[in-house]
Design a protein around this ligand. Structure first.
Ligand code: AMP
Ligand code: GLY
Length: 423
C-alpha cells in the first residue's frame, strides 16, 4: 500500500518510522517532509497547507491512505479534500478540527457540555475586554482565538500586562486575524499532562501520558516554544486521575462533538491541568503533539497502521492499542536563539549508531549533506526500563548529534523524576 503523510517535522518523522513497521506498506511519501525524513520516506516539496496540491498529488500517485498530522492542514480541510477524492484518511475533518482551530468554539463546547475547564469570557470588542479586566483576578490568561502556532497565549501577572496583551491582540494585530477574538480565562495551577488519544468518534483509547517542557530555558524559564523535550509516562497521571479524565473529560468530549454534528476521528490531544479540584482541560489539539509523539509512539507495542485504519473505519473498539510499561525521554536540540531569531544552514551530523533514535525536525539535504533549517533541529529519544535511565540515554544520544550553535535544556525529565520520587 502507498501511504501519504502530510507534514514535515519531528512528529511526522516519528509517525513515519512507526508506520514503516507495517509490512503492507510498500511506499511512504511525505509532503513536504524534510532532509532527515528523506531517509525514511519519499519527500516532495508540496507545502502542508497546499490542500489542492496535496489532493492532486495523492490522486496522481494512487495513494491508498493518507495521514494528516499538522494543525493547519487539518483546520483548512485537508482530510475533507482527500476524502472527496476517495482517499481514506487518518485525521479529523475541518468541522471537527475546529476544536483546536477556535478556542472560542472549544470553550463554548466545554461550557455547554459541563466539561471541566478554566472559567472564561470571550470578547470581540476591545472596550468590553478592557472593562472586564478591571474586575478579573490576577494572574489572568489571555488567548487569541485561532491557531497562533502555540504562541497566542499570554499569562498576565498584573492588570497592566493584561491590558497591554489584550490591546496588542485586538487593536494592534499581534497574532494577526486570530487575535480579533480573545478568550480571557481563569489562571489554573497544577501539573500539566498531555494525553493523546485515538478515537473513531465512538470509542476513545488514550495513549500513554506524557509531559512536555514548553519553556526555552532550564527550570521553566524563558519564552514559550513548540516544546523542548518530553517524557512518558507522566507520573502525575495516576490511575485515579486517568479514570476521572475518562469519565469527566474524554468520553463527554467525544459525545459533545457527536451531538454538535462534528464527529471527531483521528488523534485528539487533551492538554490537561491536574488542579486541586481535579483534572481540567487547558486546551484541545486536533492532532498528535510535537514532541509528545516522539516519546509516545516509541512505547506503542501495537501496530500503528492497523490502529489508524481502524479509526478511519470505526472499528477502534475491537482493535488492540497496547503500550509498553517502559519509559521514554526526548531531548530537543535547537538552534541557539530559538524561539526568536537563529541561524540556519549549519552542517548536521547524526552518527549511524543513533540514527534510529533521532527524529529530524528542521534540516534540509543539499548535495547529500544535512543542513539545519529550523529552530528545533532534532529530537533524541531513548526508551529504557526506568525514567532515570531514559533521561540519561536521551542526553547521551543528544551528545552525539552535532551542529554549530546547538543548545538543549539540561533538565528534561527532572520534574517528572522529582514527582515520581515523591509518590
Ligand atoms: P496553550 O497554547 O493553550 O497550550 O497554552 C500554552 C500554555 O499556557 C499551557 O501549556 C499552559 O502552561 C499555559 N496555560 C494556558 N491556559 C492556562 C490557564 N488557564 N491557567 C494556567 N496556565 C495556562
Ligand atoms: N507540544 C505541544 C503541542 O504539540 O501542541
Amino acid at each position: 500500500m502507498k501511504v501519504l503523510v502530510v507534514g514535515g517535522g519531528g512528529r511526522e518523522h516519528a509517525v513515519i518510522r512507526k508506520l514503516r513497521e507495517n509490512k503492507d506498506i510498500t511506499e511512504i511519501y511525505a509532503l513536504p517532509g524534510n532532509g532527515g525524513i528523506a531517509a525514511d520516506a519519499k519527500c516532495e516539496p508540496i507545502a502542508a497547507t497546499d490542500i489542492a496540491g496535496i489532493a492532486a498529488f495523492a490522486v496522481e500517485h494512487e495513494i491508498d491512505y493518507a495521514v494528516v498530522t499538522p494543525d493547519d492542514p487539518l483546520v483548512l480541510g485537508c482530510v475533507d479534500a482527500l476524502e472527496e477524492k476517495g482517499i481514506p484518511c487518518f485525521g479529523p475533518r475541518a468541522n471537527a478540527a475546529i476544536i483546536e482551530g477556535s478556542k472560542v468554539f472549544s470553550k463554548k463546547l466545554m461550557k455547554k457540555y459541563g466539561i471541566p475547564t478554566a472559567r472564561y469570557e470571550t470578547f470581540d470588542n476591545l472596550e468590553a475586554a478592557l472593562a472586564y479586566l478591571n474586575t478579573a483576578p490576577m494572574p489572568t490568561v489571555i488567548k487569541a482565538d485561532g491557531l497562533a502556532l502555540g504562541k497566542g497565549v499570554i499569562i498576565a501577572q498584573t492588570l497592566e500586562e493584561a491590558r497591554t496583551a489584550v490591546t496588542d491582540m485586538m487593536q494592534n494585530g499581534r497574532f494577526g486575524k486570530s487575535g480579533e477574538h480573545v478568550v480571557i480565562e481563569e489562571y489554573l495551577e497544577g501539573p500539566e499532562v498531555s494525553v493523546l488519544s485515538f478515537t473513531d468518534g465512538k470509542t476513545v483509547k488514550p495513549m500513554v501520558s506524557s509531559m512536555d517542557h514548553k519553556r526555552a530555558g532550564d527550570n521553566d524559564t524563558g519564552l514559550n516554544t513548540g516544546g523542548m523535550g518530553t517524557v512518558a509516562p507522566n507520573p502525575y497521571y495516576t490511575e485515579s486521575v486517568a479514570d476521572r479524565c475518562m469519565e469527566e473529560i474524554f468520553l463527554p468530549t467525544i459525545k459533545a462533538m457527536n451531538a454538535e454534528g462534528r464527529p471527531f476521528k483521528g488523534c485528539l490531544y487533551f492538554g490537561l491541568m491536574i488542579t486541586k479540584d481535579g483534572p481540567k482541560v487547558i486546551e484541545y489539539n486536533c492532532r498528535f503533539g510535537d514532541p509528545e509523539t516522539q516519546v509516545v509512539l516509541p512505547l506503542l507495542e501495537s501496530d500503528l497502521f492497523t490502529i489508524m485504519r481502524a479509526v478511519t473505519d470505526g472499528r477502534l473498539a475491537e482493535t488492540e492499542v497496547e503500550f509498553s510499561d517502559r519509559h521514554a525521554c526526548c531531548v530537543i536540540l535547537a538552534s541557539r536563539g530559538y524561539p526568536e531569531s537563529y541561524q540556519k544552514g549549519y552542517p548536521l551530523a547524526i552518527p549511524e549508531t543513533v540514527r534510529d533514535k533521532v527524529y529530524v525536525a528542521g534540516a534540509k539535504l543539499q548535495n547529500g549533506q544535512l543542513l539545519t533549517s529550523g529552530g528545533r533541529v532534532v529530537g533524541c529519544t531513548a526508551v529504557a526500563d526506568t525514567l532515570p535511565e531514559a533521561i540519561r540515554d536521551a542526553y547521551e544520544i543528544a551528545g552525539q548529534v552535532t551542529f554549530e550553535n546547538a543548545y538543549c535544556r539540561r533538565d528534561i525529565g527532572a520534574r517528572a523524576l522529582q514527582a515520581a520520587q515523591e509518590e
